[in-house]
Design a protein around this ligand. Structure first.
Ligand SMILES: N[C@@H](CCC(=O)N[C@@H](CS)C(=O)NCC(=O)O)C(=O)O
Length: 198
């Protein structure tokens, strides 16, 4: 059994989306978190070491970090075909997008929103929003998805960022259409219905 520690309208919402995509048998444990606006509070029952979400528990294993959870789950449910498996020639590209998302896209977006987008040391290390946008646009020009013809866990990460902060992704119809394509998937609706406790 999988257990997702989840806070409504947060980064764990995308893991709910993924669990719905996979048709997984899972339990949601709603948890409170400290929000950017100062609302909310840490929940002692949250197993995440930093009291963040998402936190996924599978058997006795705790998995944190959105991209790691996406990889863990798409590997756990290979029949759902949401990520190339080891041995598939596209596996490397899939891993690269997951790690690029967590290692570059999220930091660059955070620096931008903190007004640090021009900081030379940060740009030297991560590159900036322009380079990130070019990477995304280059991939999507060959679309319809980042890896080509199939929607994967990497699209789920990028599209969930777009749903939360559209301005952080490139402007224009290429990305608008891509986001619409991703967000019109039936699992988005079923996940949304479970986002808050009823
Ligand atoms: N790199 C982490 C970031 C997780 C994260 O920052 N989650 C936010 C919610 S969107 C959180 O739990 N914040 C509570 C806090 O900072 O205490 C991931 O992608 O899983």
């Amino acid at each position: 059994m999988l257990r997702l520690h989840h806070a409504p309208r947060s980064r764990s919402s995308r893991i709910l989306w993924l669990l719905e995509e996979l048709g997984a048998d899972y339990q949601v444990v709603y948890t409170d978190i400290e929000r950017q606006d100062g609302s909310g509070a840490e929940d002692d029952a949250n197993p995440h070491p930093d009291k963040k979400v998402p936190a996924l528990v599978h058997q006795d294993a705790l998995i944190t970090e959105s991209a790691a959870i996406v990889l863990y789950l798409t590997d756990l449910y290979p029949d759902a075909d949401l990520g190339p498996r080891p041995g598939d020639p596209r596996r490397g590209e899939y891993l690269a997008w997951l790690f690029y998302y967590s290692g570059v896209i999220e930091p660059v977006v955070t620096f931008e929103s903190a007004g640090l987008g021009e900081n030379p040391a940060l740009v030297r290390t991560f590159r900036g929003k322009a380079e990130m946008e070019r990477r995304l646009l280059d991939a999507l020009r060959h679309g319809p998805y980042l890896l080509g013809d199939k929607f994967t866990g990497a699209d789920l990460l990028v599209a969930s960022l777009g749903a939360w902060a559209r301005q952080m992704l490139p402007t224009g119809t290429l990305v608008d259409d891509y986001l619409a394509r991703c967000n019109s998937r039936p699992a988005v609706k079923t996940a949304f219905a479970k986002d808050s406790p009823s």
